[in-house]
Design a binder for this molecule. Structure first.
Ligand SMILES: [Zn+2]
Ligand SMILES: [Zn+2]
Length: 137
């Protein structure tokens, strides 16, 4: 397998097993976030439970983040290398109403909420819906 992928996993303290390297490579080839089923369909044959565990390991080590886009299934996308998934690093997610794809808008941080005293901000899920550039053509 490519040494670069191994390094990326090690950088996030993930043991680079062949399965993890394979899943990571698949995620790098995607432009949009994928659900577990969508990822599963890219394999000829894969154990769904193993795939799920791999995603959960990646998420726990901030290699990927999960997105609840309101479709009923959680989608996953790669984090930036220096991402630690802190609230101020969260970005907008865009769901296209035509192709149903979920895009990470990493250049667009979500607005920091103005909370009442005593409330601590930890996380937010900011989904914007509309039509993506490829569906507008
Ligand atoms: Zn679209
Ligand atoms: Zn994202």
């Amino acid at each position: 397998m490519e040494p670069k992928i191994e390094e990326k996993l090690l950088l996030k303290n993930i043991k680079p097993t062949p399965m993890r390297q394979l899943v990571y490579r698949m995620l790098t080839q995607e432009e949009t976030a994928l659900s577990l089923s969508e990822l599963e369909s890219k394999f000829d044959k894969v154990d769904k439970a193993t795939l799920y565990r791999t995603l959960k390991t990646f998420e726990a080590h901030q290699l990927i983040h999960s997105i609840d886009d309101g479709s009923g299934s959680i989608r996953y996308a790669l984090c930036d290398e220096d991402c630690t998934c802190r609230p101020e690093q969260l970005h907008l997610h865009f769901v296209c109403k035509i192709c149903q794809k979920t895009y990470c808008l990493k250049e667009k941080p979500i607005p920091q909420p103005d909370l009442l005293d005593g409330f601590t901000y930890e996380s937010a899920n900011f989904i914007v819906k509309g039509v993506c550039p490829s569906c507008q053509k």
